[in-house]
Ligand binder design. Structure first.
Ligand code: PLP
Length: 354
């Protein structure tokens, strides 16, 4: 069925194994992040087969989808107050920054007769989630100490998401110092110092990760085989475990510049065109509804993506050696954004390659 996303489970297992090994050499436990592929169980199982020690997702619905897989689970996004019961039931660990929510988790855990573990999030400057003020963190820890059904598993941080701030041995040193303080305030050891996401992997590759960092949450780097700080490939991994296949529904030679007065395109933007004379182009049956405006990369190096509308993608075939015709399939490599969008689209079938 077209369009489809080909998902190579062996390549994904390999990528997970390579990243787990690199991390293990630096004493780092890997939580594989499943939100990039809507936590599809078959893919998740391939990552578990690759050796990842935990699973993590932003959405509790996704952790519920994985409830049958016997691996520890982390909720990445701060819990909604309205979902604390599900969080305690389906997440072993959740990431938190609000006392009000932690108090509600404590109550929910008491009702379920469970200890709920949390990673307390510290904002090191990226300005997404986390406690940014040291005194607030200390006060929070003292309050949490009195919650009988909450255990602080450790401290964590998230970087390179909102503010684009890169992890460094300097900002991570602050996390480590705060973790030591947390231990003395709480009177028990921190199991986890979670030093970020795929943008922390270059620190391991460069052997610059502080030894105290013992945990990372990795999505993109496992799925696409790149570290996200600089976009470098990780040796021994595949970058094409996910590919889009779409079908050609028109091939024609047309002018490169539209004919007539230019208003706005289907999405309200004023399009700009470069005069290249007549060009040979194809229309593919996939569109912005499936991939939004995220980049995709034709495997045929001669092909160029020109643009599209909600259900159409237009590519320039002028420099392709292959003679494309209606009905042909075209394959694209993906970035994180297009992979996420395609996996979420109900119009794109998922084809597992085993
Ligand atoms: C999404 C997310 C991750 C994973 O990010 P990648 O860049 O895909 O590795 C890690 N931690 C948190 C809190 C997240 O929301």
């Amino acid at each position: 069925m077209n369009p489809r996303i080909n998902i190579d489970l062996k390549k994904l297992q390999n990528n997970a194994a390579v990243l787990t090994k690199i991390c293990k050499e630096s004493n780092i436990k890997v939580a594989a992040v499943t939100k990039g592929f809507c936590a599809e169980p078959e893919i998740t199982e391939a990552l578990v087969a690759g050796g990842v020690q935990q699973l993590a997702d932003s959405r509790i619905e996704n952790l519920i989808k994985l409830a049958h897989i016997p691996v520890e689970k982390i909720l990445l996004r701060l819990p909604m107050l309205s979902q604390v019961n599900e969080v305690v039931k389906y997440a072993d660990i959740s990431m938190n920054s609000e006392l009000e929510t932690i108090e509600a988790l404590n109550k929910a855990a008491e009702a379920q007769n469970k200890i709920h573990r949390i990673i307390l999030m510290v904002d090191l400057g990226d300005l997404r989630e986390g406690i940014i003020d040291d005194q607030e963190l200390k006060d929070a820890l003292l309050t949490i100490k009195a919650f009988k059904f909450i255990k602080v598993e450790g401290l964590g941080t998230n970087l390179t998401c909102f503010g684009g701030v890169l992890p460094s041995d300097e900002n991570l040193a602050r996390l480590i110092a705060l973790s030591k303080e947390a231990e003395s305030l709480l009177g028990y050891p921190m199991e986890i110092i979670s030093g970020g996401n795929s943008s922390s992997v270059h620190l391991i590759v460069d052997r610059k990760i502080p030894t105290e960092i013992n945990h990372l949450r990795l999505g993109e780097t496992i799925l696409l085989g790149v570290e996200s700080a600089r976009g470098n490939k990780i040796e021994g991994t595949y970058q094409d475990a996910f590919q889009l296949v779409a079908e050609i529904i028109e091939v024609k030679v047309k002018p490169s510049v539209p004919i007539g007065e230019i208003g706005v395109d289907a999405f309200g933007n004023v399009p700009v065109f470069e005069e290249k004379g007549n060009i040979k182009r194809a229309i593919l049956a996939v569109g912005k509804q499936d991939i939004a405006t995220h980049p995709i990369f034709p495997v045929d190096k001669g092909m160029e993506v020109m643009g599209g509308s909600s259900d159409h993608l237009i590519v320039d075939l002028t420099h392709c050696e292959r003679e494309y015709k209606v009905g042909d399939e075209v394959t694209f490599n993906l970035g994180y954004g297009s992979m996420l969008a395609l996996m979420t689209s109900g119009y794109v079938s998922k084809n597992y390659i085993k």
